[in-house]
Design a protein around this ligand. Structure first.
Ligand SMILES: Nc1ncnc2c1ncn2[C@@H]1O[C@H](COP(=O)(O)OP(=O)(O)OP(=O)(O)O)[C@@H](O)[C@H]1O
Ligand SMILES: [Mg+2]
Length: 420
């Protein structure tokens, strides 16, 4: 069979700091040669570069410049653009809506609605569309929850005309992650709503809510959250830290994932770059306050190890910029797990001389990279361990986690291998 080279392109829009409507930042083109190798090109628009308020899309690959950026990595999608696209969950929603599963990378960017994380948007017109002003309300959660459950169960047809499929668009498809979710608004602002799944082993939403609280008790900066119960089911609402409600509309913060900072992706061969030690080195060069954010990241590594959050992959870390400068985002998606081993558990990223081992000595081994001396590192670890030990159960229960669920996940907290 003869394959043809193909190309497609779109405009990239950005909502500048303090603004509520987007401007056109540049143009992105994705081409495939006859061997189907993808090549992505991005160029900032001339008028954008002349705009004194212009900001970079991402500080890693796409700094403000007149050059044409090219990438053959990540199927030709720059990390900073990929971060604005949907992930496993959103892709499923879009595939249902399109009635097919073999969509191109650009389709996912173009088909997803305007509720995506960060400040970017995508479209085929030179001029950006008006910002979306209407979002689902928290009172729609019951319907959204039912739809999400049907999608999980695969009870929704691949039929673009079907009413259910139309309704699916109501779901917050552009946000990343694998769990069922949507975006809703209330008088305070925008929230990421995360649903339980019928096959969950415990009440995930309440447990995640409790973990955000426990993290704050341990001195971490986290996203704000609350629980809404609709039709007898709990929904976790996580306040979006990349949106701020103002009288004129929503302002947006730029957002770039840890995956992009590490120049990595989710493919197994790219995982050799998955490292907190590399992440903190990169972070120190990018953020406004290196000391503050390096220490905060150290605390997060320590916290993840103490609650066996082994799903701490690089997309569960991000940097944001509300104005010109970048900083580590608040912590989110903190979920405990209970693997069988009580001696050795591994984080998703390397965290010390002994690789991914979720262990105090291992985490401490690279303290200097986190701009901590050994004594400071030890103190953080010991204090946090004592705090988690003393309050994990109480915090779970105070967040409405049942006694039964508390017992099921008991083994996640301060597992014996942490102190070996
Ligand atoms: N409070 C927030 N404000 C803005 N963006 C957020 C917030 N929480 C999460 N996000 C973004 O949404 C994405 C999905 O959220 P989250 O990680 O909580 O979902 P998930 O489905 O549990 O993910 P995973 O696939 O890691 O299990 C994140 O990767 C991040 O980009
Ligand atoms: Mg996640």
């Amino acid at each position: 069979m003869i394959s043809r080279a193909s190309s497609s392109e779109c405009f990239v829009y950005i909502t500048l700091p303090g603004q509520v409507s987007p401007v056109t930042a540049g143009r992105y083109e994705l081409t495939k040669n006859a061997r189907s190798d993808a090549l992505g090109r991005f160029v900032y628009g001339r008028s954008y570069l002349e705009n004194p308020d212009a900001v970079e899309i991402d500080p890693v690959e796409l700094k403000l410049s007149t050059r044409t950026y090219e990438t053959a990595q990540l199927r030709g999608v720059f990390g900073g653009l990929r971060d604005a696209g949907p992930d496993y969950w959103g892709r499923r929603v879009i595939e249902k809506h399109a009635g097919q599963t073999q969509l191109g990378e650009l389709d996912y960017l173009l088909e997803s609605p305007d509720d995506r994380a960060g400040a970017l948007g995508f479209g085929l017109n030179n001029a950006p569309p008006a910002p979306q002003r209407k979002f689902n309300k928290t009172i729609d959660l019951e319907k959204l929850q039912t739809l999400a459950a049907a999608l999980v169960e695969d009870e929704i047809p691949n039929d673009p005309e079907a009413q259910q499929v139309q309704d699916l668009l109501l779901l917050g498809t552009s946000m990343g992650g694998a769990r069922p979710k949507t975006v809703v608004q209330d008088s305070e602002g925008l929230w990421l709503a995360k649903f339980n799944r019928a096959d969950d082993r415990w009440n995930n939403t309440r447990v995640e809510h409790a973990m955000l609280r426990l993290a704050r008790e341990c001195g971490l900066t986290t996203a704000e959250s609350r629980i809404e119960t609709v039709a007898g089911k709990d929904v976790l609402l996580v306040k979006r830290f990349d949106r701020e409600k103002t009288a004129k509309g929503y302002t947006r913060a730029r957002m770039v994932s840890g995956l992009t900072i590490l120049r990595a992706d989710e493919a197994p061969e790219a995982r050799q770059n998955w490292s907190y030690v590399i992440l903190v080195e990169e972070l120190r060069r990018i953020v406004e306050d290196a000391k503050r954010d390096a220490r905060e990241l150290f605390r997060r590594v320590c916290f993840n190890a103490l609650i066996s959050n082994l799903d701490d992959h690089p997309r569960n870390h991000a940097i944001i910029a509300k104005e010109k400068n970048w900083r580590l985002s608040p912590a989110y998606d903190l979920t405990p797990s209970v693997p069988v081993s009580v001696e050795r558990r591994d984080l998703a990223l390397d965290c010390g001389d002994q690789g991914r081992y979720a262990n105090a000595k291992n985490i401490l081994s690279q303290h200097a990279r986190f701009l901590l001396d050994k004594g400071e590192g030890e103190k953080i670890i010991n204090d946090m361990k004592a705090q988690v030990e003393a309050t994990w159960y109480e915090t779970l229960r105070a967040s409405g986690v049942s006694e039964k669920d508390g017992d099921t996940i008991r083994g996640a907290f301060v597992y014996p291998g942490f102190s070996l």
